[in-house]
Design a protein around this ligand. Structure first.
Ligand SMILES: Nc1ncnc2c1ncn2[C@@H]1O[C@H](COP(=O)(O)OP(=O)(O)O)[C@@H](O)[C@H]1O
Ligand SMILES: [Mg+2]
Length: 629
């Protein structure tokens, strides 16, 4: 537990100045409590002096002589003052609210400084976590789910903030308070204090019993929070499908079941947090009752005066809250520990796409791309009999247009994923200009490849900003130029706010074809030497497809292009056609060569020409489009 606390406090290292202030003010605030009680008892004693009560000076027998004489003088002066000046009484009594004010002030400063540091430390942690997540590979995001990640970044870190502020305050302030108060009570009336404390150990039992399962429940609780997040994220983004298939009640049931599982774990934590408090109070009250019994058993002359009793009872009451806090401390630290494990686990996740220690420079312009004996499967099992790609051997000369064809699921998109190093192949290597892409910085690699994919990814921002992401910092003119080349300018100008139109989440407010044209504009703006088109025009109607194709044709000049095409009719002008089947290259050649060969390509081509896909119905002659999509 101590190691864990050190780790959490380590997060606040940059703010140690404020943490130190928080600790110091916490110690003072802790001391103010016994001082407060002592002041009340002292003032009461001076104003209503009890006959025969031992004087302060006589109680300081052990103290040096000058202290004793000072105390005597002070007592006399006070007694005289109280008798001769009525104003002195007011002054003396005013001490009580003054001490209370100081107690409040230091209590506030204690919390203020600790929270000041805690929120900053936790914000740093959140940013670090998010930054770390952004560096993780595509493979990681395949396995992870959104709700889970969001709950780790937001809610799990929040419990650490609790540790850094409230728990730290309790750790600093309350022990000081308890020790101070106990010393005061023992000093002033040893016997009564001891009697009232005799039963205290009893209340350790419920604390120990209920705390046992806290950590497990906390972990379960956090998992359920994450599950709820996942159900929500999926339901909100998949909202249309849920509506279309009348899945509302299914989703609500799922949500209800997950939310309910939460309850029993939550209640266990509540029990363990809330039972020790009343238990302590009850035991404390028994202690006070014992004291009264003790006093009754004494002879009248021997009874301690009211001042002492006031002091002890006041002291015991003042100790309730800090005792409760300390009792709860274990519970809350265990809760935070469960949450922090999830945070630190995530921070420790290794990137499966390691950056090279000494990255080589990459010059993709005018460079050939080679796939050398590449084999790959998404979840790498050593004895995987059917990898997604097997023994891919492919050379793309600089400036060439290479078309990848093959039925759905044959591995075309996977090949482009490998080129962008979203994943690393288990076997073989991919080289650009002779350099293995694992030896260059991924940043550098991806800078030189522009990609337009099947599903276009737009952000909930303006059209301008969505295009600009291709090359951040581009001028207005460059953005408009790119949009014009992608045949997007006209439809953009028809929007009410033109380039400032916000496109909605994932571009929900645009049609599929419009989204795709924005993605193409983005790629045009990027102006990278390598171009990857993964069914880039599949959402366009025949007319805009022809137009966009013209734009893409212009874009391809002088660039090495890998074009994944679903529709065979449209890639006849490629320098090289590569036919993939179940993860293997089965045929390569030009259109004419492959037609000669009477193989898979020819069969696919003929199938296609006979029954044009629904998308092609618009154009009478499907083969004329020349599209690469
Ligand atoms: N992220 C992924 N995780 C696991 N398997 C995947 C993933 N993406 C694709 N696959 C599988 O890899 C195979 C090839 O997919 P893909 O390259 O997308 O095919 P294509 O683009 O040719 O239609 C398919 O069998 C598919 O199920
Ligand atoms: Mg694909």
């Amino acid at each position: 537990m101590f190691k864990f606390l050190l780790k959490v406090w380590g997060l606040a290292r940059p703010y140690r100045g404020r943490v130190a202030l928080g600790v110091v003010t916490g110690v003072i605030a802790g001391l103010m409590e016994p001082i407060m009680i002592a002041t009340v008892a002292f003032v009461y004693g001076v104003i209503f002096p009890a006959a025969g009560a031992p004087s302060l000076a006589s109680q300081l027998k052990a103290a040096p002589e000058f202290v004793q004489s000072w105390a005597r003088a002070a007592e006399q002066a006070l007694a005289a003052g109280v008798q001769t000046h009525p104003g002195a009484v007011v002054l003396l009594v005013a001490f009580i609210p003054l001490v209370m004010l100081l107690r409040g002030l230091f209590g506030y400063l204690n919390m203020y400084f600790l929270q000041w540091a805690a929120i900053r430390a936790v914000t740093d942690l959140r940013v670090r976590l998010f930054e770390h997540l952004m560096k993780l590979s595509a493979g990681f995001f395949n396995r992870a789910n959104t709700g889970e990640l969001m709950s780790r970044v937001m809610s799990d870190t929040a419990t650490l903030q609790y540790i850094l502020s409230f728990a730290t305050a309790v750790i600093v302030k309350d022990p000081v308070l308890l020790v101070g108060m106990l010393s005061l009570l023992l000093w002033r009336s040893t016997k009564i204090t001891l009697i009232s404390m005799v039963v205290m150990p009893v209340c350790m039992f419920p604390i120990v019993i209920y705390n046992r399962k806290v950590r497990r429940s906390s972990r379960a609780l956090q998992t359920h929070v994450a599950e709820l997040g996942t159900v929500m994220a999926e339901s909100f983004t998949g909202n249309r499908v849920i509506k279309a298939y009348n899945l509302e009640s299914t989703v609500v049931d799922q949500f209800r079941a997950t939310a309910r599982r939460f309850i029993s774990h939550y209640m266990r934590i509540i029990r363990s947090a809330e039972i020790p408090g009343p238990m302590l109070e009850f035991v404390g009250a028994i202690g006070i009752a014992l004291v009264l019994f003790y006093l009754m058993s004494q002879q009248a002359g021997n009874r301690p005066d009211a001042k002492k009793l006031l002091l002890v009872i006041g002291g015991i009451f003042a100790m309730y809250k800090p005792l409760k806090n300390v009792a709860k401390l274990y519970n809350s630290i265990e809760q935070a520990r469960a949450a922090s494990e999830r945070v630190f686990d995530l921070l420790a996740t290794q990137n499966s796409i390691p950056e090279p220690a000494q990255p080589k420079p990459l010059r993709a312009a005018g460079a050939a791309i080679e796939f050398q004996n590449v084999s790959f499967s998404y979840d790498a099992k050593p004895d995987d009999a059917r990898p997604v790609l097997r023994g891919i051997q492919l050379a793309v000369k600089p400036g060439q247009l290479v078309a990848l064809v093959g039925s759905s699921g044959s591995g075309k998109t996977t090949l482009s994923n490998l080129l962008l190093r979203f994943y690393d192949p288990q076997e073989g290597a991919i080289r650009i200009g002779g350099t293995d892409i694992r030896e260059v910085a991924t940043r550098d690699l991806r800078d030189q490849i522009a990609i337009v994919t099947q599903e276009t990814v737009l952000f909930n921002e303006s059209i301008r900003r969505n295009i600009e992401l291709g090359r951040p910092g581009s001028s207005q003119d460059q953005i408009i130029e790119a949009a014009k080349n992608a045949y997007a300018h006209d439809f953009i100008m028809e929007k009410p706010s033109g380039y400032d139109t916000v496109v909605g989440e994932k571009g929900a407010m645009l049609s599929g074809g419009q989204r795709q044209r924005l993605a193409i504009a983005r790629a045009i703006l990027k102006n990278a030497p390598i171009l990857v088109l993964d069914e880039a025009t599949n959402a366009l109607d025949a007319e805009s497809e022809q137009a966009v194709q013209a734009a893409l044709d212009r874009l391809m000049i002088g660039r090495t292009t890998i074009c994944i095409a679903h529709r065979l009719s449209t890639i006849q002008k490629a320098d090289l056609i590569v036919v993939l089947d179940q993860g293997q290259i089965v045929e390569t050649g030009t259109h004419a060569e492959l037609m000669e060969r009477q193989g898979i390509y020819r069969r696919l081509y003929e199938l296609h020409s006979e029954t044009p896909s629904p998308r092609d119905r618009g154009s009478a002659d499907a083969s004329s489009a020349g599209s690469c999509g």
